[in-house]
Design a protein around this ligand. Structure first.
Ligand code: GDP
Ligand code: MG
Length: 177
């Protein structure tokens, strides 16, 4: 088994979903390039970015898809979801309405995806302590209710960004390998 396995490439398609301005693009920029953009990024036209993660000695490629702002117009297409095996469903802990819309994003994911999708609920902008509108307990409870992993992140100060992606990739790997 080991011999057959060696040299095999794993590529997991992961989609970022959630309301506009919750920090999806910055989570990806932090994860892949260790960058943060204080002003909302304009469309860069890149469909996805790839980051290699080592899982149990295997090279696993996370191919992470980011919307080019289509979520503003509720125009995320089924092509975006097609073939996805993982999703980061993101809200902004400082804007409750982005948390209230998580259910709708999960429905959209379920409608469009063609396979079982491992999902992590991500409460981003944990650095905005004074502006917080959604507690950690609420986030955790919602994640539990839907069988999702849960993490609070800050793309600004980097906290938990890597673990968010790595938890997802490890879980997909353990299910699909
Ligand atoms: P997207 O529309 O979901 O892709 O969100 P963006 O990544 O474009 O971020 C929207 C805005 O929120 C930008 O002004 C970012 O600088 C800001 N932002 C993103 N992540 C964080 C974070 O973790 N903390 C704070 N304070 N601001 C963030
Ligand atoms: Mg974006």
């Amino acid at each position: 088994m080991d011999e057959e396995d060696s040299g095999q490439d794993y590529i997991f398609k992961i989609v970022l979903i959630g309301d506009s301005a919750v920090g999806k693009s910055n989570l990806l920029a932090r994860f892949v390039r260790n960058e943060f953009h204080p002003n909302s990024m304009s469309t860069i036209g890149v469909e996805f970015q790839t980051q290699t993660i080592n899982v149990n000695g295997k090279e696993v490629k996370a191919q992470v898809w980011d919307t080019a702002g289509q979520e503003r117009f509720r125009a995320v297409t089924s092509a975006y979801y097609r073939g996805a095996v993982g999703a980061l469903v993101v809200y902004d802990v400082s804007r409750r309405h982005t948390f209230d819309r998580i259910g709708r994003w999960l429905e959209e994911l379920q409608t469009h995806s063609d396979m079982h999708v491992v999902t992590v609920l991500v409460g981003n902008k944990s650095d905005l302590r004074d502006a917080r509108e959604v507690s950690t307990d609420e986030g955790r409870a919602l994640a539990e209710a839907h069988g999702m992993f849960f993490v609070e992140t800050s793309a600004l100060d980097s906290s938990n960004v890597k673990p968010a992606f790595e938890t997802l990739v490890r879980e997909i790997y353990s299910i699909l390998r």
